[in-house]
Design a protein around this ligand. Structure first.
Ligand code: CMP
Length: 140
């Protein structure tokens, strides 16, 4: 399979607890390469735009509040089957359902404060990576 890229966000609950290095170790141990990374404090408008697909969901407002409550680390991960592989490394959205050894099982606080985001398809990965990074910032 060809190399693929996916967008990862280390969320405010994880940056608050200084877990960026531990999460990056999980990513690298899984064979994914961090080819771009930056720490940001999202504006309300940026969070609303990024999560626009969830606009009609009941949790949208709380999700945007949470994602603007502290710094995030946005990153592009590269590797074979990167989208699906990172979803395995993250575990289920709700940490109560996440498998042993996944990031969310080990670090997430709740379904909202679930430590990490990862793109859900190769098509969305392209859109999400382009939301945060220009081509010149991706260094494989
Ligand atoms: P994420 O992968 O960032 O995509 C949307 C986020 O909404 C999700 O992770 C969760 O953190 C958050 N969320 C909050 N409540 C829910 C819910 N009931 N169902 C799904 N996602 C939720």
């Amino acid at each position: 399979m060809a190399k693929e890229r996916t967008l990862s966000i280390i969320k405010p609950d994880a940056t608050r607890r200084n877990l960026t290095g531990k999460i990056n170790a999980r990513i690298e141990e899984a064979g994914l390469r961090i080819v771009a990374q930056k720490r940001l404090w999202l504006s309300r408008a940026q969070a609303e735009k990024f999560y626009e697909v969830h606009k009609e969901r009941p949790f949208y407002n709380d999700l945007c509040n949470f994602m603007t409550s502290g710094p995030v680390v946005v990153q592009v991960l590269e590797g074979e089957n990167a989208v699906a592989k990172y979803r395995d490394v993250m575990g289920a959205t709700n940490p109560a359902n996440a498998a042993q050894g996944t990031i969310r099982k080990d670090f997430a606080e709740s379904i909202e404060a679930n430590s990490v985001h990862g793109s859900d398809s190769p098509e969305n990965a392209k859109i999400e990576c382009a939301f945060f990074f220009s081509g010149i910032e991706l260094v494989g």
